[in-house]
Design a protein around this ligand. Structure first.
Ligand code: ZN
Length: 423
């Protein structure tokens, strides 16, 4: 079958960064520049969800503006994108003008009922999926019975149809000549998608006519915000490698973009997975998109803590307020944080710490005995408080641009990009 030519093609390696307060795009881009000097080209994608915009009171255009300014200032001549992260039909519109990457979130439609006729039609169209599906790179064929397929289609078809509705909405609003990248995400749900499920989902996405370039399944294990992976590393490695094989198979078999790749919604800092992902990419020559959460905000706090008295006082205030509002702040993130409250210091204790100690508590260096994952997670969800502080916070960022920017660049380059793409 002649393959449709996609107008905007996402590169093999891309990495999504969050910049909640739109002050660190330059510092982030510098990390990509350093990686390019190492000989690895990774495309930056600035992502910010509707939820983040709402909590901060920012506008999607601000993400594009600050990214564009950084690209211009640093003379970045490679690609870059702006991701409308986790959008749905009711939230996509205000992202249309400023985004060229759309993460269509259909997790809510998973498991919703669909007619038996549609399920039967799918099975009739796809006899190749019934029986033992042999996939290059996976030792044992998937034993998929008609009942298995019916169960998968029954669970995911409505979500795929919803993705189609949103995709066609973007297409119609942006016009035929529009260039954009489509991601479909199913990660914000309870149970992970297995590789056989992924295969059937990709066949459905092809049938639906969605030019999906990245697919974000939910993987096995916990992907909490801003901290490391919690789960079975061997199981993750097997699943990740099987998913890569499934994608290569589906691209070959169905009408899907040739550059289709996995998107890992990492929630940031899945350091123990990085060597696994790196090995898999080297072995398979596949591409990947790694999306991180807005943890750049934590690097801003680390920089401020180390910048002197004014900055560290500000961090102490944020911590005290966060502790006082811990329930409210954590509620929207209940599924993606695990805070042991007994390990959170009182605000009095926190206020006695010096800047270096505060920075060490937040900075994600697991070998450092002063690192405290509970403080880190609480502060991660406390960005709303900094938004409330308004110019007092952003003026501190400007005043301490150098020390803050250094944290942002070093964190991204040393702890993320290098382990993932250089090894
Ligand atoms: Zn996600």
């Amino acid at each position: 079958m002649a393959k449709f030519k996609d107008k905007l093609k996402l590169e093999r390696f891309s990495f999504g960064v969050g910049d909640r307060f739109a002050h660190q795009a330059k510092a982030q881009l510098q990390a990509f520049q350093r990686l390019a000097l190492d000989g690895v080209e990774v495309v930056p994608v600035w992502n910010k969800s509707n939820r983040e915009h709402t909590l901060i009171g920012s506008d999607p255009q601000s993400v594009r503006d600050s990214a564009a300014a950084a690209v211009l200032a640093l003379g970045w001549d490679k690609s870059w994108h702006v991701d409308a992260d986790h959008i749905r039909l009711e939230t996509v519109d205000r992202f249309l003008a400023c985004s060229d990457f759309f993460t269509i979130d259909v997790a809510e439609s998973i498991g919703k009922p669909i007619s038996a006729e549609k399920v039967e039609n799918f099975i009739e169209r796809h006899p190749e999926l019934v029986g033992a599906v042999v996939i290059y790179g996976i030792p044992h064929p998937f034993p998929l019975s008609e009942e298995d397929i019916a169960a998968i289609v029954g669970k995911y078809l409505l979500a795929v149809e919803e993705a189609g509705r949103i995709y066609r909405h973007i297409l119609s609003k942006k016009g035929k000549a529009a260039k954009f990248i489509t991601e479909v995400s199913m990660d914000e749900t309870d149970s992970p998608q297995t590789p056989p499920e992924l295969l059937v989902i990709l066949a459905m996405l092809s049938d639906e006519g969605i030019r999906v370039q990245t697919i974000a399944p939910k993987f096995t294990g916990r992907f909490n915000k801003g901290v490391d992976y919690v789960g079975d590393l061997l199981q993750f490695e097997k699943e990740f490698n099987d998913d890569l094989a499934v994608i290569a198979h589906a691209v070959d078999r169905y009408d899907l973009p040739s550059n289709l790749k996995l998107s890992v919604h990492s929630g940031s800092d899945k350091f123990s997975l990085y060597p696994i992902i790196h090995r898999a990419l080297v072995r398979s020559e596949a591409g990947v998109h790694i999306k991180t959460a807005g943890t750049t905000w934590l690097e801003e706090l680390i920089g401020l803590a180390e910048s002197g008295k004014e900055g560290s006082e500000f961090v102490k205030e944020i911590y005290a307020q966060a502790l006082a509002h811990v329930e409210d702040l954590c509620a929207p993130y209940a599924a993606v944080i695990d805070i042991d409250r007994s390990k959170l210091p009182t605000s009095h204790c926190f206020s006695k710490m010096n800047g270096t100690q505060i920075a060490s508590a937040i900075r994600h260096v697991q070998q450092n005995p002063q690192f405290n994952a509970n403080i880190r997670q609480l502060l991660h969800v406390a960005f709303k408080l900094a938004a409330k502080a308004g110019p007092r916070f952003t003026n501190l960022l400007v005043k301490n641009e150098e020390v803050v920017g250094h944290q942002v660049t070093e964190n991204l380059y040393q702890r993320h990009l290098r382990p993932l793409f250089v090894g």
